[in-house]
Write a protein that binds this ligand. Structure first.
Ligand code: COS
Length: 389
């Protein structure tokens, strides 16, 4: 059955309000966010007030009950502004909410979803120093001890770790690799649990304001009720389901940011004169503008199709990977052209093109590199072919 999500009229009014908020509040706050490497407190408070941290949580848990299409459209609109703003809410409303909703027990949903919808911040701790793309090789251990589990290990590049109230930790409940990666389980770990240390935020190429850091777990004792779903072995599937969702969010972020960059390229091309006329009149500039526009439109169409299928209840691993791969690579091409349109000015910090170029680079890496998306796509093609043969 198709998930109708939020009432369509209410959603449209919300998007209009969001567009104004993005242009009137977030874009002017970009400079400070980048300089401080942190979203300003008053902006976080306004984002909470708008309900942005709870858009996907069902209404009975204090959220807005958006379906996938609506949530992803919200992420696309938010991504007109510098990436830090989407980054702050996306782990709550995307990956963490998906894991808890799909795999959590009723008690876990009632305990965590209302808090997250209210603006408690979540981090999703899958990646480790020795396991990035090969998630199932993670080393963090969770050992059963009476009614508790004791977690030990290090998680790396964890978005929002410095601000997190809750860390969803993927850990091994079995030292051996089990079929379908059933050696992995997920744990809901409050960030203030004794033994949890957050490392210094990593210095990055771009996306200032979105912070990442290590999460170090030293004999962190949590009750068995922290085990997601109350059953060992569900952590990998939960992570992959969350990643399907997270990949759509990165696709939307790429499409939204590419549109912002293209607008700045178009404006510059209309204002900047060469040989006595605006450079937008030159066909080689027009080719860059047109290719960018067409590619953004293609990404938007892919995202719309994938999210519609997700709302119809289909498994969309292949479509999410196609959309993430295409949109993030496309965003890289668009920001590169926008630098080119700016010419020498495109290389200067004074213009936005330079930071668009640095910020966009991450979209091709996180939530699975382009190469991982290729693996997922091909794997699904082969499986579907074998099943239909
Ligand atoms: N939905 C539901 N179940 C899923 C699933 C999904 N999206 N993906 C996997 N599963 C389950 C299935 O049961 C699957 O078995 P079948 O394929 O027989 O149905 C099982 O998990 C094992 O999956 P798979 O065979 O794909 O596991 P691999 O160890 O081969 O996974 C990849 C390899 C590379 C796909 C995976 O490790 C991955 O996505 N890595 C990238 C991680 C990443 O994106 N990190 C970014 C940072 S985290 S924010």
């Amino acid at each position: 059955m198709t998930n109708p999500g939020m009432d369509e009229d209410v959603f449209e009014a919300f998007i209009e309000q969001l567009k104004r908020f993005v242009r009137e509040r977030l874009v002017p706050a970009e400079e400070q966010t980048i300089a401080d490497n942190q979203v300003p407190d008053d902006i976080v408070a306004e984002m909470r007030e708008m309900g942005l941290f709870g858009i996907t949580m069902p209404i009975e848990y204090g959220g807005a009950g958006m379906n996938v299409s609506q949530y992803i459209e919200t992420m696309r609109q938010l991504s007109w502004a510098t990436p830090a703003f989407r980054s702050l809410v996306s782990i709550n409303v995307g990956m963490t909410c998906t894991s808890i909703l799909k795999q959590g027990t009723e008690e876990q949903k009632s305990e965590w979803l209302p808090r997250l919808a209210n603006g408690a911040i979540a981090a999703f701790a899958l990646t480790e120093p020795d396991s990035g793309s090969d998630s199932a090789a993670l080393k963090t251990r969770a050992i059963k001890d009476g009614d508790d589990y004791v977690l030990t290990g290090t998680k790396r590049y964890i978005t929002n770790a410095p601000f997190a109230d809750l860390v969803l930790v993927m850990a091994r409940t079995n030292p051996e690799k089990l079929p379908k990666n059933a050696h992995i389980s997920s744990f809901l770990v409050p960030a203030d649990t004794p033994g949890v240390t957050i490392g210094k935020p990593d210095a990055k190429m771009g996306q200032q304001g979105a912070q990442i850091a290590d999460v170090i777990l030293e004999e962190v004792r949590v009750p068995a009720s922290a085990l997601l779903g109350g059953e060992e072995g569900k952590g990998f599937v939960a992570a992959m389901q969350s990643l399907d969702n997270g990949r759509l969010s990165v696709a939307a972020a790429s499409a939204g940011y590419a549109a912002r960059a293209l607008e700045s390229g178009l404006r510059y091309a209309m204002e900047r004169k060469a040989f006595g006329e605006p450079i937008a009149q030159f066909q080689l500039i027009q080719a860059m503008l047109a290719d960018s526009k067409a590619e953004i439109y293609a990404a938007e169409c892919m995202i719309a199709d994938a999210t519609r299928r997700a709302d119809a209840g289909e498994r969309i691993s292949l479509e999410a990977s196609c959309a993430k791969m295409f949109a993030s690579e496309m965003c890289g091409r668009v920001v590169d052209r926008v630098v080119q349109i700016h010419g020498g000015a495109g290389y200067l910090k004074e213009y936005d093109a330079e930071r668009f170029f640095r910020d966009a680079r991450l979209y091709r890496i996180y939530e699975g590199t382009t190469q991982i998306q290729q693996l997922v796509i091909a794997k699904n093609m082969i499986r579907d072919f074998a099943a239909s043969a």
